[in-house]
Design a protein around this ligand. Structure first.
Ligand code: PMV
Length: 313
C-alpha cells in the first residue's frame, strides 16, 4: 500500500521580505520544478529516504527538523501512531535557492500522508501544517511560500488575507538564474528584524517602498507594461540590497542582466545567495541574458514566457 503527494517550487517576482511585514507580494508557481513524496507501508519505526538522509525518522539530522516536525504533527492530526510507514522524497527544486523548497517538501509530504491514511485534506489545514515547517525554517513566515507551493496560480499575496489569483499576462520573458550559493532565508529574515530595532525609520521606509513597488508592479502587469515592471524590479533590488539581503554575486548577476538588455533584474526569495530573476522584452534577449548569466558564474538558468506556466526552453 502506498500513496503520493506532489508540490511545486515558486518564484517571487516582487515583495520578498516586505511581505513578512504585511506588504503585498507578486509570486508565480515554478512548475518546472517539483517534489513528489511517496508514503509506503512498512512495519516498525518510521523511516525517511531523501537526498540528505536515509534512516529512522527519529535519528534524522538537525537540518531536517522542520520536516520531522511536519511528519509528526501531521500523523498526530490524523490520529495515527508514528510507525509502520516509510517516506521517500524526490525533488527537482534546488534546496536553499529561494524557490520555496522547504515549504514544497512539507506540502507534498502532508498531501501524501493524508492520501495514505485516506483522509480528506482541506487547503486550510494544508497551509496550517506547512507553516509549522516554515516557522521552524525561519521563525516568522509570511505564508507566501506555503501558498505558492500548494497552488498553481500566480498570486497577488498579502499576509493573512484570502489569496488573489493574478494572471501574469505580460508580453515578456523571465530568466531565473541560480547563483549556486545556498540562500540564507532565516539569517536574512532575522537580520531585517534586527535592523528594525536598530534603525526603525530607515528600515520601515525601505519595507514600505518595497510594498509600494509591488503595488506598482501589479499596475504595470495589468497594463502590459514590461518596461515599467523592469524599472520597479531594479528599484526593488536596490532596496533589498540596502536592507542587507543581497550579496556580491547577486549584485553582479543583476548588473550583467541589465547590461545585456534586461528591462530589470533583482534577487528573488530570501537572498544572500539563491536565485535572481531578469525580465526581458523578447525571447532573443532572454537567450542572450541567460547565456551572459551563465558566463558570469550562474550554475543554472530557466527561461519562461510570462503568462505561460510552461518552461520555454
Ligand atoms: O527563500 P524562500 O524561498 O524561503 O523565500 C522566503 C520569502 C521571504 O519573504 C523572505 C520570507 C517569507 O516568509 O515570506
Amino acid at each position: 500500500m502506498k500513496a503520493t503527494g506532489t508540490s511545486n517550487g515558486k518564484i517571487i517576482l516582487m515583495g520578498e521580505h516586505s511581505v513578512v511585514y504585511g506588504e503585498p507580494a507578486v509570486a508565480l508557481p515554478f512548475l518546472a520544478t517539483s517534489i513528489e513524496t511517496t508514503v509506503t507501508k512498512t512495519s516498525g519505526t518510521v523511516t525517511l529516504d531523501c537526498v540528505f538522509y536515509q534512516g529512522a525518522l527519529s535519528k534524522a539530522p538537525e537540518r531536517l527538523l522542520n520536516l520531522v516536525a511536519v511528519i509528526t504533527e501531521t500523523a498526530a492530526r490524523l490520529n495515527q501512531p508514528l510507525q509502520d510507514f516509510n517516506i521517500t522524497i524526490k525533488s527537482t527544486i534546488p534546496p536553499e535557492r529561494g524557490m520555496g523548497s522547504s515549504a514544497a517538501v512539507a506540502v507534498a509530504t502532508i498531501r501524501a500522508l493524508y492520501r495514505f491514511f485516506e483522509e480528506p485534506l482541506s487547503h486550510g489545514v494544508l497551509l496550517e501544517l506547512t507553516n509549522i515547517s516554515e516557522t521552524i525554517a525561519h521563525g516568522n513566515p509570511s505564508g507566501l511560500d506555503a501558498a505558492m507551493t500548494s497552488g498553481q496560480d500566480p498570486l497577488f499575496f498579502i499576509k493573512g488575507q484570502p489569496f488573489v489569483p493574478f494572471p501574469l499576462n505580460l508580453t515578456a520573458y523571465l530568466v531565473v538564474a541560480d547563483t549556486g550559493i545556498s540562500g540564507q532565508t532565516k539569517e536574512a529574515v532575522n537580520s531585517i528584524a534586527d535592523l528594525y530595532k536598530t534603525a526603525p525609520e530607515l528600515t520601515h521606509t525601505a519595507i514600505a517602498t518595497l510594498g509600494r513597488l509591488a503595488e506598482q508592479a501589479k499596475v504595470a502587469i495589468e497594463g502590459n507594461k514590461p518596461v515599467e515592471l523592469g524599472v520597479h524590479m531594479n528599484q526593488a533590488h536596490e532596496q533589498l540590497a540596502f536592507l542587507g539581503v543581497s550579496n556580491r554575486m547577486l549584485d553582479d548577476l543583476v548588473q550583467v542582466a541589465v547590461k545585456t538588455g534586461a528591462l530589470g533584474a533583482k534577487l528573488t526569495g530570501g537572498g544572500r545567495g539563491g536565485c535572481m530573476i531578469a525580465l526581458t522584452a523578447d525571447k532573443e534577449t532572454a537567450a542572450a541574458v541567460s547565456s551572459a548569466l551563465l558566463d558570469a558564474g550562474a550554475v543554472n538558468t530557466w527561461t519562461y514566457q510570462m503568462g505561460d506556466d510552461k518552461r520555454d526552453d
